[in-house]
Design a protein. Structure first.
Lengths: 277, 273
């Protein structure tokens, strides 16, 4: 029991009362706005991209423009203007009730925090590829690792995806990675090796989340930074679907007649008399 | 160079129509989009409006049957126990901050409930507390208490700051036992027909040797919601519904207030490291 650490039960909270201590920065009125030591107006505006600022503010590290370009394209890859996609549909439904843009886009982004796709998968993808690399470095057989995991009915985060087999975004981003001059790092190489194995054995392959996690692990990103960075991942697709729906008359997005819902519940029944206590 | 991907549809068998067992809408003769009659799990909506309370229909929605009088009493008292997380809760402060800064009213409750979603002091703690209780309540409460005590000790050794939560829903609150959560539990146990989860958790807490480890609000809610037959998924949703009125009221109170009605820390209290 570390009683010396906790001389008073609530001392830790008392020390934080009426005070903010930030290593991120802040606004010194009449002086400057600081972001991790940079003066925003003097050092950053006009000189770095929004994605560089996003990484700086989130992680405390200012990435070079190539990493920021890669990340920006990574966001584009999850921004399809197709309102059948679950998070996009949430925003389209919001648009069709004339919800305000911020409410609709926020709702779509929240929907994307899921276990099947979107930012919700990043932790699992990153955890898997980091663990796999550690296991392989320790001499474990990669294919034993995969088979054992699948034998335990655990999925392989970062491989396969809903709706379709294959993932054209991996091809596009792999190409961009090389065009930007990035070498293939150990996580990316291993991720692709696993993908080739799965393609040969099961006809499945790496998905975009898996590729993104492996590539960014090679760039030194880890959790929780990565999950935080990708929070708005789907935002541009959500925006598109909201805008189109909001521009149409209310209720025009996939309207349903009463009979379009199949009722499977209890048949009509009389309400019982309220029992006495 | 990575090969071009052979992308192909899985041809999943998606359903053509949405189905539900909860709510049935019969169309009117004039327009297939408008409703002539609505039923909830078979009961006519208008009959429910006129003869049942909000909490009874809330129970019906999630469980498919009306509550027994004992369940109704427990749910009603639980809902009122949870109706306000307190003005210091981060969700209430978020609501008030948004209100004074004139955030559009439509966004107030959604944004506050986002803040209210966390794993410590938020709705997801209820989900996890319910999972914990589900996994342990058939074991001896004393054994669970001993494990909890050991886990708490380990957490204390490894954590210099913040609350100790050896199991979701149980632990310290600002460093000590949450006396108000205990009062709420005692009141529910005394005034309602408590179920096995509430009794088990009470017995477990009584067996914990560390006096600072006790009920947290999420544990209280989780135990009652399990006794009422809710799953952790449903339980987290009910918890959000239950606490929403207090959060919303805090925002409404500040709606017409100037921005100065909420603190904005003075320069000297904002320290950039």
């Amino acid at each position: 029991m570390s009683s010396n650490k906790r001389s008073s039960n609530w001392q830790g909270w008392d020390q934080q009362r009426n005070k903010i201590t930030s290593s991120k920065g802040g606004w010194k009125i009449g002086e400057a706005v600081y972001n991790h030591g940079y003066s925003m107006m003097d050092d950053l505006i006009g000189q770095i991209s929004w994605f560089q600022l996003l990484v700086l503010n989130t992680t405390g590290r200012l990435p070079n423009d190539k990493v920021a370009t890669w990340l920006e394209n990574c966001f584009s890859c999850l921004s399809w203007p197709d309102s059948r996609i679950w998070c996009n549909q949430v925003a389209a439904l919001a648009g069709s009730t004339k919800a305000r843009p911020v409410a609709a886009v926020t709702a779509g982004i929240q929907a994307s925090d899921a276990l099947l796709y979107g930012p919700g998968v990043i932790t699992h993808c990153l955890g898997f590829i980091q663990q796999a690399r550690q296991d392989v470095d320790q001499g474990k057989n990669l294919f034993d690792i995969i088979q054992k995991r699948q034998g335990n009915t655990l999925s392989l985060p970062g491989y396969a995806r809903p709706i379709a087999k294959g993932d054209e975004r991996v091809t596009a981003m792999y190409r961009l990675s090389r065009e930007l001059g990035f070498d293939i790092g150990p996580h990316e190489a291993l991720a692709m090796e696993i993908s080739e194995y799965l393609t040969k054995e099961e006809g499945e392959s790496i998905n975009f989340g898996g590729y993104m996690a492996a590539f960014l692990a090679d760039q030194g990103f880890s959790n929780p930074d990565l999950s935080r960075l990708m929070a708005l991942w789907v935002s541009a697709g959500v925006q598109a679907c909201y805008a189109e729906s909001a521009d149409n008359p209310a209720g025009y997005y996939l309207p349903l007649q009463c009979q379009d819902i199949t009722y499977t519940g209890a048949p009509p029944r009389p309400l019982p008399k309220k029992p006495e206590r | 160079m990575v090969k071009n991907v052979d992308e192909s549809s899985r041809n999943d068998a998606f359903c053509d129509k949405i189905s539900t067992a909860i709510w049935q809408e019969t169309p009117s003769a004039e327009n297939p989009y408008t409703v002539n009659e609505a039923r909830c799990h078979g009961y006519e909506h208008l009959a429910l409006i006129n003869n049942r309370s909000f909490s009874e229909v809330l129970f019906l929605l999630f469980q498919g049957e009306l509550p027994t009088p004992e369940q109704h009493q427990l749910l009603e008292r639980l809902l009122t126990s949870l109706i306000h997380p307190g003005p210091r809760h981060n969700a209430c402060r978020a609501a008030m901050n948004a209100a004074v800064s004139k955030t559009h009213v439509s966004n107030i409750l959604p944004l506050s409930l986002n803040v209210f979603s966390g794993e410590q002091g938020g709705s997801h703690e209820v989900f996890q507390a319910m999972k914990y209780l589900q996994q342990h309540y058939e074991t001896s409460p004393l054994d669970a208490a001993n494990t909890l005590t050991k886990t708490a000790n380990t957490q204390r050794m490894n954590t210099a700051e913040g609350d100790i939560m050896p199991a979701a829903g149980f632990g310290t609150y600002y460093g000590s036992a949450d006396t108000y959560a205990k009062k709420l539990v005692d009141n529910l146990v005394q005034s309602c027909t408590a179920g096995p989860h509430l009794h088990w958790a009470n017995a477990m807490i009584e067996g914990v040797k560390d006096p600072t480890i006790s009920w947290r609000i999420a544990g209280v809610a989780g135990a009652c919601l399990l006794d009422l037959g809710f799953s952790p998924y449903k339980g987290e949703l009910i918890f959000q519904i239950a606490c929403a009125p207090g959060i919303a009221a805090q925002a409404a109170e500040k709606a017409d207030s100037p921005i100065t009605e909420m603190p904005f820390l003075a320069e000297e209290n904002y320290v950039i490291k």
